[in-house]
Write a protein that binds this ligand. Structure first.
Ligand SMILES: [Cu+2]
Length: 286
């Protein structure tokens, strides 16, 4: 009876935790860039291998517990004297196996992925500079002379006063970043004040925006659509209120968008960066 009670408690705890996480997906979002896909493959490979190892080791343990019981008359081995060859084999073989898995089975694809992540320059067709500010994002296309800010537009009543939350609560902005589908985009990040981090889960990219430094990443988005993310480096009071929204459009639509933006917005001169920093950006963009 007591064990039934105990199982009841465990079951209830599980149900409560499941409902608490109902809004969260357990797996990665659908990958839409080569980096996101590579990351997902790496994750799946590691998961499969460690699950196989886990059940193998667990199975061996359970088997040993059951067959080597004193109650069934099992006589323990008597280890005395120098360690024999067979014992050394049992000590070294798990070590060798784990070494092989870590450095070969995981190591080679991981190295391949990291090299791919860092290759921001090969075939990049567009450069976008992302500047974090407390608490908005500024996007500029240096070659096109376009620059604009992107701020949260969720109404304050929804945040502070308990008004009904919209569909994209805290994940909606006035001017989303616009990118062409299927083109490799090289991103350069920096910040005006503190460290921020630009993150879009479906792209598989997250890069810190560090004041005084330029950091890079790239994305070739393969599917049109609207993608949402957030600042993911605690950057002050309104860290939770500087989302990232990216509209990925066809190449024709992108060309139209660029043309429509050009005459309205002044070129990079609106950037609050100091002249010295601008020179560095110009250098990096080349
Ligand atoms: Cu931030």
């Amino acid at each position: 009876m007591r064990s039934v009670y105990r199982y009841g408690i465990v079951l209830m705890a599980l149900l409560v935790s499941v409902s608490a996480f109902a809004g969260y997906a357990f797996n990665f979002p659908e990958p839409v860039t080569p980096i996101a896909r590579e990351t997902l493959h790496m994750h799946n490979l590691v998961m499969v291998v460690i699950l196989v190892l886990f059940f193998l080791v667990l199975g061996l343990l359970v088997y040993s517990f059951i067959t080597h019981r004193k109650s069934v008359g099992f006589k323990p081995a008597n280890f005395s004297g120098p360690i024999g060859r067979k014992q050394w084999l049992w000590v070294l073989s798990p070590f060798a196996l784990l070494f092989f898995i870590d450095y070969v089975v995981f190591g080679i694809p991981a190295l391949h992925a990291v090299i791919m992540y860092e290759d921001t320059k090969t075939d990049a067709e567009l450069v976008v500079k992302v500047t974090g500010s407390q608490w908005l994002w500024e996007y500029s296309y240096p070659a096109e002379g376009i620059s604009f800010t992107s701020r949260l537009i969720t109404p304050r009543e929804q945040i502070d006063q308990g008004a009904a939350k919209g569909e994209n609560y805290l994940l909606e902005v006035d001017n989303p970043l616009v990118l062409p589908v299927g083109k490799k985009v090289r991103f350069i990040t920096t910040s005006n004040d503190v460290i921020h981090s630009w993150w879009v889960p479906a792209f598989g990219v997250k890069r810190d925006a560090v004041p005084g430094f330029l950091r890079e990443f790239w994305a070739t988005v393969e599917k049109t659509g609207t993608y949402r993310g957030q600042c993911s480096e605690l950057c002050g009071k309104e860290h939770g209120f500087m989302p990232v929204v990216v509209n990925v459009v066809s190449q024709e639509e992108f060309a139209k968008w660029i043309a429509s933006k050009k005459p309205v917005v002044a070129p990079v001169a609106t950037s609050p960066l100091a002249d010295g920093q601008k020179a560095v950006v110009a250098q990096a963009v080349k």
